[in-house]
Design a protein around this ligand. Sequence first.
Ligand code: LLP
Length: 416
Amino acid sequence: MPHGFQYLRGRLHAESAPLEKIAHRFGTPCYVYSRAVIEHNFKRFDQAFGRYPHMVCYAVKACSNLSILRLLARQGAGFDIVSGGELYRVLKAGGKPAQIVFSGVGKTAEEIDTALHSGILKFNVESEGELDILAQRAARLKKRARVALRVNPDVATETHPYISTGLHEHKFGVEMKVAERLYHKAASMKGIEAAGVSCHIGSQLLDFAPLLEALDRLLALALRLKEAGLPIRYLDIGGGLGVPYRSGDQRPDPAAYVKHILAKVEGAGLEVIVEPGRSIVAESGVLLTRVIYRKTNGSKHFVIVDGAMNDLIRPALYQAYHRILPIKQVNEREATITADLVGPVCETGDFLAKGRSIPVVEPGDLLAFATAGAYGSVLGSNYNARPRAAEVLVEGSRAKLIRKRETLADLIRNET
Ligand code: LLP
């Protein structure tokens, strides 16, 4: 992995650009991404497949900034989208329709029409109702929709309950048994081509085992359907590979994961599609914040920074842990405090970190929250009428603004 964020001469840098300078130029809070890390992570997946037919469809939801989509498109990435908005972004960024897969439980007829007009590769269909609507829309527009049913392989995953998706009790996908029936229905529908099978069992999985178990079940289904004469060509196993948030967490290697996949699918005559999001962008980004105040309530220390739950909601929503990187490198003898790091939003749930041992910081000091490139800026909101943060992409020593900080006028632009 290239050095995305590192201390050089005692100061934290993004690649070789000092974060102090970025904060000064673009203000805080601010998301800062390393281009080298994104490209490296994409290539780890892509190159591991070698000559085996495959497509790495980046899950746009993880971070949908146009500049980031554009650099992935230039690397040859495909895209996994879940809305008309994401389709719009990908096309604007130069993504090729023939490399787009459309997931999600609630595609509207309007979104389906736009996707059919654009000529996307396939729809990952999540219910019988959706299959019916898709067939109707395709017939009306005289288009052919390539379809993969998203099946629910019923594999348990060890992750936060809010990001686990592969069990019966979740809203996603259709049961295996139901899927077989729906495939035979799909095969007889005009305008529908039963072109693949798909699944996605959850996110932030640090172990390959559940992913490979789901793959086994999906592969068995694909082979049964092929044998029954359906034109199944794509085996789409979703995203889900995790990243280390805490020091000491393991870092599952995409290339090793792909090797396991290939060992199973070799000879099956299927093109493999993966939909990684987090494992491409999480480690490429930090949320850069500045300390506003320090206070104590009784014996409890609080550090109040200018970034808040509206900028990074993962700690509040999933009890997520993001490492804190002080901008000034800490030496071991330095005094520390144990503090909650909180934002200015008026909610008890507005915290970025709890009970952390950090060096004694003063108002004006900069702190970066690590591993914030995935599901960070995209989950940002305007809660408490806070303008959304700026985003900056670093390449070597160059830092480029890829999303302007919102202005106060932006906050009320669509209101009367
Ligand atoms: N494909 C589908 C159909 C998905 O639903 C997802 C993520 C992905 C691919 C990409 O998964 P990844 O490789 O990123 O694990 N906001 C949560 C994560 C939600 C994931 C939703 N689906 C978080 O911050 O942890």
